[in-house]
Design a protein around this ligand. Structure first.
Ligand code: UDP
Length: 241
């Protein structure tokens, strides 16, 4: 694998999708815990404003992947070799698909009530034999957390996919990783919503043309303020060179 990149002070691993899946699978089979962050421009910008979050992404995550056109562009602009974009949603689906060979068990945590359950039904259709051993919605109180942790541990899950949005999902992983027996911890944002059909993914041609952000803006204009992170990110990268 090529050298770890530094994008606005955040380390990012220039891996292909296949390398990421292989590394996570191997580490899981070896009984090692792996905390994965799929870092898009918005996450890298959050790190600029939130030092505690930057510390988690930079020093606590085991693998940080370039998710999104912005992160891939920034790496290449700074002269690194970035093989491809590794979107969180795609990695999550590939892990479910390829995890079947090793009977990996997954737990889906997050999203509004019933969404994780619908995502479970959907992946069972897509990947016959996949083992989703539990689900829990993402709207909970602090006092519910010990029960949620028990539920995840009792399920015997290897992979924990957490959809609480950034930075909440990474903060939650950091706070509770040591109490959990799972091997993979990965925040996946709105992925259950996409699988459950509540949110649409951009068509392939738009993804290939690095225009997924435009599609999301068109579908959810309320994201406008959040998406201002992208032009700010581009300018910051240009001026930091
Ligand atoms: N969410 C949740 N609990 C919360 C806040 C958010 O379960 O307290 C879920 C929300 O229902 C959505 C996801 O987290 O499914 C966040 O999606 P977002 O679009 O913010 O994530 P992105 O894909 O942009 O990272």
């Amino acid at each position: 694998m090529a050298e770890r990149m530094q994008i606005l002070g955040v380390p990012v691993d220039p891996m292909t999708m296949q390398e990421a899946v292989a590394k996570i699978t191997t580490r899981t089979l070896e009984g090692k815990q792996t905390f994965v962050v799929t870092a898009n421009a918005e996450i890298i910008m959050m790190c600029q404003e939130n030092p505690a979050y930057k510390e988690i992404v930079s020093n606590k995550a085991d693998i940080v992947l370039a998710d999104g056109a912005g992160a891939v562009w920034a790496g290449r602009y700074k002269g690194y070799e970035v093989p491809e974009r590794v979107a969180g949603y795609d990695l999550y689906r590939n892990l479910l698909d390829q995890g079947r060979q090793h009977e990996m068990k997954s737990f889906f945590f997050g999203g509004s009530p019933a969404i994780a359950e619908t995502a479970k039904t959907k992946v069972e259709e897509l990947y016959p034999g996949v083992k989703v051993v539990g689900t829990h919605n993402g709207y909970f109180k602090d006092e519910d957390v010990p029960d949620i942790i028990d539920e995840i541990n009792q399920s015997g899950a290897d992979y924990l996919f957490i959809a609480l949005g950034a930075p909440k999902q990474e903060n939650w992983i950091m706070a509770h990783k040591d109490e959990l027996k799972c091997k993979l911890f990965m925040g996946i944002g709105g992925s259950f919503d996409v699988l459950a059909g509540k949110m649409e993914r951009a068509p392939k041609w738009m993804q290939d043309a690095s225009l997924e952000w435009l599609f999301r803006l068109y579908k959810q204009p309320s994201r406008f303020m959040r998406m201002m992170a992208l032009p700010k990110f581009v300018l910051k990268v240009i001026f930091s060179k």
